[in-house]
Design a binder for this molecule. Structure first.
Ligand code: ATP
Ligand code: MG
Ligand code: FE
Length: 341
């Protein structure tokens, strides 16, 4: 079976064709980094217009790459939230039109579920349940993934996501946008012990993340003129890692038996973070699984795969399914103060 996946919830316009054998037949991603760079962050109106202009040709090109027509696809899956409503609407409406025209089932995918299940697309041996660290530009969560649509959330951020903190700290250091990868490179030349930075909420009873204070501390360190940019970058990255590892230890203690420690989301591209998580997993006798980098940042293959997992369980959605700008994976999540979902 083959699912066409569509992603448009943030600043990547993407389409992909994925089989039930975990083969990505074709995928295309149009990034909008250039369009948003002058503003140092994603501008929703610019994003929505870019998705509207690019999505349909992108889907046609993706089908063309695979030498396929829509008739050969078994279902159409699109991100229906959470994300920027304008972009989500473009993707979902396009998917509905294609589903209607081709008389194929529509699957409304939660973007976070796409990230959460992406490791299973990359690794056929990964079985539920697993503990997932989802770290991206908009999210920072620890989830117990028990199955399709079945999640328990142990932690989320009460202010900034980690990718956001990387991007804002990179901006303070004059590294441009998106700054996460550049900050990681700069950190390689720095000393992580040079700049005293806070570890927000470390050891607190509240199992959540907070990165706004860390970002402010980076700004103060820069303004003080006492430290090199490389030392600030390295110290920031280490503070972030300490927070992740501290909260993951707590979650591992609470989760019961899991099959693996898994990381997903754009920040999972960070090699220092991967290294720390690998070490943590080894200490708990768990395999550490990180999808290839191209599956970590926003993409449509993960949306197609989440759609495939739902299709295989006989699930699909009505054509009037609504876009949901806010859509937590865990129903209890709505109760969390300031939760970023
Ligand atoms: P969402 O949060 O809705 O999934 P997004 O587009 O912001 O959307 P991703 O595409 O998954 O998220 O990830 C992008 C983020 O990952 C950016 O904040 C970027 O700076 C960060 N990032 C990418 N590579 C690295 C890296 N090597 N180190 C640290 N952060 C990185
Ligand atoms: Mg992005
Ligand atoms: Fe994402």
């Amino acid at each position: 079976r083959i699912v066409l996946g569509i992603e448009s919830s943030c600043d990547e316009t993407a389409a992909a064709l994925v089989t039930d054998e975990r083969v990505i037949l074709a995928q295309r991603i149009a990034s909008q980094d250039e369009a948003h760079r002058p503003y140092g962050g994603v501008v929703p109106e610019i994003a929505a217009r870019a998705h509207a202009e690019r999505l349909t040709p992108l889907i046609e090109a993706t089908l063309g790459d695979a030498g396929m027509t829509l008739d050969q696809v078994d279902a159409i899956a699109a991100t229906a939230g959470p994300g920027l409503i304008g972009g989500v609407m473009v993707g979902l409406v396009t998917a509905k039109a294609l589903a209607m025209a081709s008389d194929k089932p529509l699957i409304a995918v939660n973007h976070l579920e796409g990230h959460a299940l992406s490791p299973r697309l990359a690794d056929a041996a990964l079985e539920y349940p697993y503990l997932l660290l989802l770290v991206s530009g908009g999210h920072c969560q620890i989830l117990l993934v028990e199955g399709v649509g079945s999640f328990r959330r142990f932690a989320t951020t009460i202010d900034d996501a980690l990718g956001e903190a990387f991007d804002k700290s990179a901006k303070v250091l004059g590294l441009g946008y998106p700054g996460g990868p550049a900050l990681e490179q700069l950190a390689l030349q720095g000393d992580a012990k040079k700049v005293p930075l806070p570890r927000p909420l470390k050891g607190s009873a509240e199992p959540h993340f907070s990165f706004a204070g860390l970002k402010s501390a980076v700004l103060r360190a820069k303004q003080s003129g006492e430290y090199s940019d490389a030392d600030i970058a390295a110290s920031f990255q280490q503070a972030a890692i300490d927070c992740l590892v501290d909260r993951l230890r707590g979650a591992l203690a609470k989760a019961g038996k899991v099959n693996a420690l898994v990381v997903a989301g754009g920040v999972a591209a960070n090699k220092a973070i991967r290294g720390a998580l690998e070490e943590l997993a080894a200490g708990h006798d768990l395999p550490f699984i990180a999808p290839p980098l191209g599956l970590c940042t926003d993409n449509a293959a993960m949306i197609a795969w989440a759609g495939m997992e739902r299709l295989e369980r006989g699930q699909s959605d009505p054509l009037d399914v609504a876009a949901r700008p806010r859509w937590p994976l865990d129903p209890e999540a709505q109760a969390v103060r300031g939760a970023g979902v």
